[in-house]
Write a protein that binds this ligand. Structure first.
Ligand code: DMJ
Length: 618
């Protein structure tokens, strides 16, 4: 997630001299004294900090916590994410001829010049091995993300555009048009198909039809809206998920040919069911057909209505027929993450004030119940701020792990201007990265060890790093990006691509490269170092979907061409124009990083050391 334009809005507060900083070397480790734990944010001074609470939370094997031994699925049962991309027959290259990237670190130039053929070959090999494994063992990493519809090729389209590689973008688009069909007896996850495939098709369509062509000539000769038609076809095939559900919350999976499988279970996760509005809304508004936005919005509102009366929090797994919470964990990671992200992003894109109202209330509830540690990131005493997993009804701690997906949250905080708090959470995740050269899927902050040790090349830390750099222009974040890049090169590079780390301590690899590596991880890394990219130019307003696909923020998505009323729209307030957009309560917070700290550590060194110590780095 992220937004060039909204990060850009923060950027507007910075003096221009601070917008041109280049990579600087950065000191590595520090030694320091210990800092005593302090009160939770907003809590009385006497209350123990989260580290102290951790000590009181004695069970190391908390209910629902995974075993350390094996690599389990990455999220709640209905929202397991996995898989490399599929095979394809073309050989587009990710190289960017003529892009002129003299300022990019050498390693990054290598990354951007990798051939897509290599990636796709690797994916093909992965598929064969995985399908053999699938029949032999029960491996939760093997699920239905792949779809057998050229996932990686589709998911990577706008990365080629962002890198300015028009010839390969055009080649890849034509390949998709000529070869991709969704008329398949293939069962897919509605969420993954939406964010990875539908979102990418829409993004590429928007890029192709953009009259300004900011990324160079990305037009396609004789283009007849084929990608929009493909997106429409896919979305129609996903619609059965929204039928025969008593709450309006969709089934997690559909078969592209036959609809909801007869043996479908009725449980889904909050993120999976409630993060469809951006893609479905764009499709509706491009087609002038409210159906898609209607079903997606109804799902969001149904989930929202099920929040706890006591805390205002949502759980992570819900029964779509009864509306009962099956998973009562409220957190910011797997099963929940993009639900919050899309409340804000839907508002940014469509200007519907109810989306902002839901987001603001959710953010406040998160602050009240999930956030532990000292009040201010860069002031006072106590544990560093951390967002923990709690029971949605009581706000009580449920376990002592955080997952790598939650590393997206600082980026969302940048988007609303809560930059100071973003700095602290990002610093915690970066410390974990420094320790392992990757982020374990789950890290247990009580044990100071991975609970789930694999790293499937996820983008979230890079994403937040990029957005924090856009907001602060502090070269520290270029240093973080370099560090991440070097670890990727050192530990994950494989013969024909980049491989999932099976175990972040042992550095063993899996034959698996997720499609989001190209759509997000590479894109955010590239953008971090490419200061002159069109995404960063004022006048080009882009928002990133949760899968990192760029969509333009413009008037056309604020105009609904239909007459019928969307759920909850009765008597709703007038829409906000893009130029009027402000994140309520946080409008001036971009200015909160004082000048004198922009070229120093974004977090005071004693707090940095405190975090390093808490993850066992020193
Ligand atoms: C991506 O598919 C999306 O960012 C999603 O919202 C959660 N994270 C994965 C990558 O880790």
């Amino acid at each position: 997630m992220s937004s060039g334009s909204w990060a850009g809005a923060c950027l507007a507060f910075l003096p221009s001299s601070h917008r041109n900083s280049r990579f600087l070397p950065w000191p590595g480790s520090f030694r320091a004294r210990s800092v005593a734990p302090g009160p939770a944010r907003g809590a009385p001074a006497a209350s123990p900090g989260w580290a102290a609470q951790a000590a009181a939370h004695t069970s190391h094997r908390v209910p629902g916590a995974p075993s350390l031994a094996k690599t389990p699925g990455s999220s709640s049962p209905s929202c397991a994410r996995a898989h490399p991309g599929p095979s394809a027959t073309s050989s587009p290259s990710l190289a960017t001829p003529g892009m002129g990237t003299p300022n990019l670190p050498g390693q990054f130039q290598g990354l951007s010049s990798l051939s897509m053929e290599e990636f796709l070959l690797l994916s093909s090999r992965c598929q064969r091995v995985l399908s053999q494994l699938c029949t032999a063992v029960s491996n939760l990493n093997i699920n239905d993300v792949l779809g057998n519809y050229s996932l990686t090729l589709i998911d990577a389209l706008d990365t080629l555009a962002v890198m300015g590689n028009s010839s390969e973008f055009q080649k890849a688009v034509k390949l998709v048009i000529d070869t991709v069909s969704f008329d398949k007896d293939s069962t897919v996850q509605v969420f993954e198909a939406t964010i990875r495939v539908l979102g990418s098709l829409l993004s590429a369509h928007i890029i192709i039809t953009d009259t300004k062509q900011p990324f160079g000539d990305m037009t396609i000769k004789d283009y007849d809206n084929e990608l929009l038609h493909l997106a429409h076809d896919l979305a129609v095939r996903l619609l059965p998920a929204f039928e025969n559900t008593k709450t309006g919350i969709p089934y997690p999976r559909v078969n592209l040919k036959k609809g909801v499988p007869p043996d479908s279970h009725n449980e889904t996760c909050t993120a999976g069911a409630g993060s469809l509005l951006v893609e479905f809304g764009i499709l509706s508004r491009l087609l002038g057909d409210s159906t898609f936005e209607w079903v997606a919005r109804r799902a969001v509102k149904a989930l929202w209505s099920l929040r706890s009366n006591n805390t205002g929090l949502l759980g992570n797994v819900v029964n779509i027929q009864t509306g009962h919470w099956v998973g009562k964990q409220s957190g910011l990671g797997a099963g929940s993450d993009s639900f919050y992200e899309y409340l804000l992003k839907s508002y940014i894109l469509f200007g519907e004030k109810e989306d902002l109202e839901m987001f603001n209330a959710a953010y406040q509830n998160i602050q009240n119940h999930l956030r532990r540690g000292r009040e201010a990131c860069n002031e006072g005493e106590g544990d560093p701020p951390l967002y923990v997993n709690v029971n949605m009804y009581t706000g009580q701690l449920m376990n002592t792990w955080i997952d790598s997906l939650q590393a997206f949250f600082p980026g969302l905080q940048v988007l609303i201007g809560d930059v100071e708090d973003a700095i602290c959470l990002h610093a915690f995740y970066y410390a974990i990265w420094k320790r392992y050269g990757a982020l374990p899927e789950r890290y247990n902050w009580q044990l100071q060890a991975p609970d789930v040790p694999f790293y499937p090349l996820r983008p979230e830390l890079v994403e937040s790093t990029y957005l924090l750099y856009q907001a602060t222009k502090n070269p520290f974040y270029l240093h973080v990006g370099m560090d991440i890049l070097q670890s990727l090169e050192k530990y994950t590079k494989a013969k024909c691509g980049y491989a999932t780390l099976h175990h972040v301590v042992e550095k063993t690899k899996e034959d698996r490269m997720e499609s989001f590596f190209l759509s997000e991880t590479c894109k955010y890394l590239y953008l971090l170092f490419d200061e002159e990219n069109p995404v960063h130019k004022s006048g080009n307003k882009f928002m990133f979907t949760t899968e990192g696909h760029i969509v333009s923020v413009d008037e056309r998505f604020r105009n609904s061409l239909w007459e019928d009323i969307l759920p909850g729209q009765e008597g709703s307030a007038p829409k906000t124009k893009p130029t009027e957009l402000k994140a309520a309560n946080f409008s001036s917070n971009c200015n909160r990083v004082p000048d004198e700290r922009r070229y120093l550590l974004p977090l005071k060194s004693n707090y940095m050391r405190q975090i390093d110590r808490m993850v066992g780095l020193i």
